[in-house]
Design a protein around this ligand. Structure first.
Ligand code: HEC
Length: 147
């Protein structure tokens, strides 16, 4: 009897084995937005990443002025509301829960603070300020998702 049961049990387990494994859990809060703000946010994100990459390059060349200018122009407080003309009230910030908005403001503030620190010409201080900026990216990414 055992000889028959074991192959039967194995066969019964096969469909379960064929299932794709479950993806790891995602604990981030889902934030839904209409297509326009979501695509504006995505293009901002891609530019933030590219700007960070440029900033690191400037820091490596000890060109602190260019690093600071890039941070302010692409991520700083002066960039807030830059979509107003296209978005007309439908900018990404409007669809963010308040903690997410706060994290967004923190990012703009940290970029502006980094730009200020670079004016002091101290590379180690600039790196420390840059990490404050990247920490703001990490904080929001660990908490929220849009899909
Ligand atoms: C206020 C919240 C917030 C901040 C701050 C933030 N992000 Fe994001 N970012 C998001 C969300 C939400 C997504 C979409 C993630 C998802 O839905 O899986 C995203 C997506 C991205 C993506 C992927 C874009 C794509 O191709 O879809 C990149 C790259 C990115 N962020 C870079 C950055 C960098 C670099 C910073 C910091 C300078 C930053 N982000 C700061 C919320 C934020």
């Amino acid at each position: 009897m055992r000889h028959i049961l074991i192959p039967i049990l194995l066969l019964a387990a096969l469909p379960a084995l064929a299932q794709p494994p479950a993806p790891p859990q995602d604990a981030r809060q889902l934030v839904t937005m209409p297509d326009l703000p979501r695509s504006l946010m995505r293009s901002d994100m891609l530019d933030h990443l590219a700007a960070l990459n440029e900033i690191i390059g400037y820091l490596a060349e000890n060109n602190l002025a260019a690093a600071g200018e890039t941070a302010e122009k692409r991520m700083g407080q002066s960039t807030m509301g830059k979509h107003a003309a296209i978005a007309r009230g439908q900018g990404p910030g409007r669809f963010m829960p308040s903690t997410m908005q706060q994290m967004g403001w923190n990012m703009h503030d940290s970029a502006t603070e980094f730009a200020k620190v670079t004016k002091g010409g101290d590379q180690a201080k600039a790196l420390a300020a840059l990490q404050q900026l990247t920490s703001s990216c990490v904080a929001c990414h660990m908490s929220f998702r849009t899909r």
